[in-house]
Design a protein around this ligand. Structure first.
Ligand code: 4GP
Length: 830
């Protein structure tokens, strides 16, 4: 058998050229071959999708040599593999990114042009895999890009959802959800590995037995077994020669058909197991749901964690004879608590399946796992009711009890008599209905716990994980998030990429600290006009898309003021609405009022069951209708809700923004990553001291950032002092007018009931302190308006934002994970 390391064979130069050739004619030949041999289409009948598929396969071929080499490294016992466990990977469209990372965008464009095809059209043909909700899933994707770029061997493990996050349409101003059938036209990027499958048990009970050595052991007798099948997608680094692996699991039935049932005429039962099994990887759960279909979600989490750990065990045993050294082979990162059942599952595999003693198994488990927390919101902290947990994972519950017993014994030893402390730390919540607290399980089972921005990590230590921090401060560290400059600049903003590269070379793509080299050009007239021209072009492109998708005409000369992210009350899209209404009223009161023309662009999905978030979308649209059609406004204000915000749309929106809205209530946004994408693309930020905004402001300079609002400490003081939103409502005239108009039906054709829930919430509770922050926000926006009129100064600020964004590259974040948490190193250069 030919060894993998021998690929490519030097004797086979023709094929080498075919597989790797970046020359235009090699690509042309490859595309034509795939059109014919893979798509089975003659040129005359080829559809756009056929061309897209043929190109995609030709590009994938060019990733294979590096990929196979990387796969062969999995057997190299010297190399630690980073295993990123995540229920979400929001990868975005693959084609463009792969062309960038392989460095073949231009040859591909030329090859296609010669074939009468337009590359941009084919790029638009790709349906993005929406296998994530937002920040957390997109972060996982940026991290895979950086891991491969930094040549670190890595596997991203997750679920191959048949239906990803829903597609959003806007009907009569409301969000309507449509099933995301992303696999409909085929997925050329994945390779199914029918030979890499694992069985996953569900439900049933446990039994004790004595093994041949006289030890009492436990056997789990499930009532169902499903099978996970691996689907692999290559993740190419940016010109790094390394391609890492994204391995997603699809659930299938072990036996797809029950012949016995069929033979006795029970046709439904004959396919029942198949239906149950396939349901597990059927659909991605939207987050922020008030009530979720819990049983299935826990099933999903366990399903992918179990397949992934079994896969790691298999890979490790290809390297070594024993699992003693498992932690030297794999550094496993738990992306939030969704995969935290890994703590109990790795223990089960070691103790039940591989006959380890408890202590040795525990030592390996903790040395292997590390946990990242992404949210402090209490409602987002996962906990499972005990009876439900027991019915799905009876053996894991026993293991968790044992982990908890030992952990709390240790706590009691050090903090004798402090029963309160033990109760607070316990993995089992015993206040009323009993729950398994997944963040506690993850914390107890990990050797490192991190937050995703400096402020977030501090708050984590002071609030959600305070007790853990007090007993084990050494476990805590911060790794501020980052984003990949490849997708979020080189691919999305080719104009700015070109301009920057002309001035300082292209080293910044992998070393964005080099962007500092732009600072000497800040005041340079020619550079400034070139900079403005790029922004203007990006805005015109977006304006065209907005027109096509919403019918709204916007002026690229106006200030593009953008708020795109998931819709959530803490992110305060409705604070932005209050600002727009305030400007509208100023014009209504004085039609000559000097208002800087602005285009307000909103985008984001609301969880289907989150009523308030959906009502906010409706409010944006209803308010927009009134403002956009009022002749007094005379086009000075335009409001747009850009439907279906996703990675593809983000790539158009970030480069076209002048102003980035990061206006969450301080202390609520763990980090934010959209804030980084905007700044990197030359938008200025208006924001609170929340999440990574704090660090962005530190980097770009306070004078290049529009800061407003209460700090996290002030928020918590205000709340504990008994916050009364009515006080603010009573005092602030413009605020009162805006709220009264919403309540009075100005934006709902006289219907006073429609927005009542929102208004009542604001006036009576206002959990996210919109009213308290309103005036500071409005005043700060007035400063933004004035600043935008000074084109020269604004452009300088924009350049400085880009020049100082180096810290927020995901490469920096991944280097920190590698050195502080994973102890993982890059592959040596070939
Ligand atoms: C998000 C956080 O809300 C956001 O602040 C952060 O930047 C991002 O994770 C990545 O760390 N959380 C989620 C989630 O997306 O589902 O909890």
């Amino acid at each position: 058998q030919k060894s993998v390391a021998a690929v490519p064979s030097p004797a086979d130069e023709g094929r080498e050229e075919f597989r790797r050739g970046s020359a235009v004619d090699a690509l042309t030949r490859a595309i034509l071959d795939h059109l014919y041999f893979t798509q089975a289409r003659p040129l005359t009948l080829a559809t756009r999708n056929d061309w897209y598929m043929a190109l995609a396969y030709a590009v994938r071929d060019r990733m294979l040599d590096d990929w196979l080499k990387s796969l062969s490294h999995l057997r190299n016992r010297e190399l630690k593999i980073v295993s990123y466990l995540s229920a979400e990977f929001l990868m975005g469209p693959h084609l463009g990114n792969n062309l960038v990372n392989l460095g073949i965008m231009e040859p591909a464009r030329e090859a296609l042009a010669a074939l009468g095809q337009d590359l941009d059209e084919l790029l638009r043909q790709e349906e993005e895999p929406g296998l994530g909700n937002g920040g957390l899933g997109r972060l996982a994707a940026c991290y895979l890009d950086s891991l491969a770029t930094l040549r670190v061997p890595a596997i991203g493990y997750g679920i191959r959802y048949e239906f990803g996050i829903f597609d959003q349409e806007i009907r009569d101003g409301w969000q309507a959800e449509k099933t995301d059938k992303w696999l409909r036209l085929g997925n050329p990027w994945e390779i199914c590995r029918p030979e890499i499958t694992y069985e996953v048990k569900v439900g049933g009970h446990t039994e004790r037995f004595t093994d041949e050595k006289g030890c009492v052991r436990v056997r789990w007798v499930p009532n169902k077994v499903v099978k996970g099948v691996a689907y692999d997608t290559p993740v190419a680094g940016y010109r790094s020669g390394v391609t890492d692996l994204l391995r997603l699991w699809k659930s299938e039935a072990v036996e797809s058909f029950d012949f016995q049932a069929f033979n006795v005429g029970d046709y439904y039962r004959a396919v029942e197991a198949k239906i149950f099994s396939e349901t597990i990887s059927k659909v991605l759960y939207p987050n922020d749901e008030p009530e979720i279909g819990k049983a299935l979600r826990l099933g999903q989490q366990y399903f992918f964690v179990s397949c992934s750990l079994q896969d790691m065990v298999r890979i490790h045993l290809l390297r070594e004879n024993s699992l003693d050294t498992f932690a030297a082979s794999f550094a496993v990162q738990l992306n939030d608590t969704h995969p935290s059942i890994a703590v109990a599952e790795l223990m089960r595999l070691l103790v039940d399946e591989h006959q380890f003693e408890w202590d040795a198994a525990w030592q390996i488990t903790r040395a292997t796992l590390a946990y990242t927390n992404h949210t402090l919101l209490p409602e987002a902290l996962e906990k499972w009711p005990l009876p439900l947990f027991a019915s799905i994972l009876p053996r894991h519950l026993e293991i968790i009890y044992e982990i908890n017993r030992r952990f709390l014994d240790e706590v009691r030893l050090v903090h004798q008599g402090d029963d309160q402390l033990a109760a607070r730390l316990s993995i089992i919540d015993e206040n009323g209905e009993r729950y398994v607290r997944m963040a506690h399980l993850a914390s107890v089972g990990s050797h490192a716990i991190n937050g995703v921005a400096a402020l977030h990590t501090e708050l984590l230590k002071q609030t959600v994980l305070k007790d853990f921090y007090e007993i084990h401060p050494e476990l805590f560290r911060n790794v501020t998030n980052g984003v990949t400059p490849r997708r979020w600049m080189v691919l999305s903003n080719p104009g700015l990429t070109r301009l920057i590269t002309e001035r300082i070379g292209d080293g910044w793509v992998t070393n964005p600290d080099e962007l500092r080299g732009l600072e000497p050009f800040v005041a340079d007239q020619t550079f400034q006009s070139a900079w403005q021209k790029v922004k203007r072009e990006n805005k015109s492109v977006l304006a065209g898309v907005i027109k096509a998708r919403t019918g709204i005409v916007v002026d690229p000369a106006s200030l593009f003021d953008v708020l795109v992210k998931r819709i959530h009350e803490y992110k305060r899209q409705h604070l932005k609405v209050l600002h727009i209404i305030t400007l509208y009223n100023r014009i209504k009161h004085d039609p000559q009022a000097d208002v800087t023309p602005r285009t307000f662009i909103f985008g984001g999905k609301a969880a289907p069951g989150y009523f308030m978030a959906k009502l906010i979308i409706k409010l944006v649209n209803s308010m927009g209708e009134v403002v956009n059609s009022d002749p007094d406004v005379a086009d000075r204000l335009k409001v747009v809700f850009f439907p279906d915000f996703n990675v593809t749309n983000g790539q158009m929106v970030y480069p076209a923004a002048d102003l980035s809205e990061q206006i969450s209530t301080a202390g609520k946004e763990a980090s934010g990553t959209g804030n980084m994408k905007f700044s990197l693309n030359g938008a200025l930020t208006i924001g609170t001291l929340d999440g990574a905004n704090v660090e962005i402001r530190e980097e770009v300079g306070a004078e290049n950032f529009f800061l407003f609002g209460l700090t996290a400490a002030e928020v918590s003081d205000l709340k504990s002092g008994g916050y009364d939103p009515r006080k603010w409502y009573g005092e602030k005239t413009e605020l009162r007018e805006a709220i009264d108009q919403i309540a009075g039906g100005l934006f709902s054709h006289g219907d006073r009931g429609l927005f009542q829930p929102l208004v009542e919430h604001l006036l009576n509770r206002d959990d996210y302190l919109l009213l308290a922050d309103y005036q500071a926000y409005i005043d700060c926006q007035d400063r933004v308006s004035a600043a935008f009129r000074d084109r020269k100064r604004w452009t300088e600020m924009s350049i400085l934002n880009v020049a100082r964004m180096g810290k927020f590259s995901s490469d920096r974040a991944i280097r920190e994970y590698c050195s502080d948490i994973w102890q993982a190193s890059p592959l040596p250069q070939d």
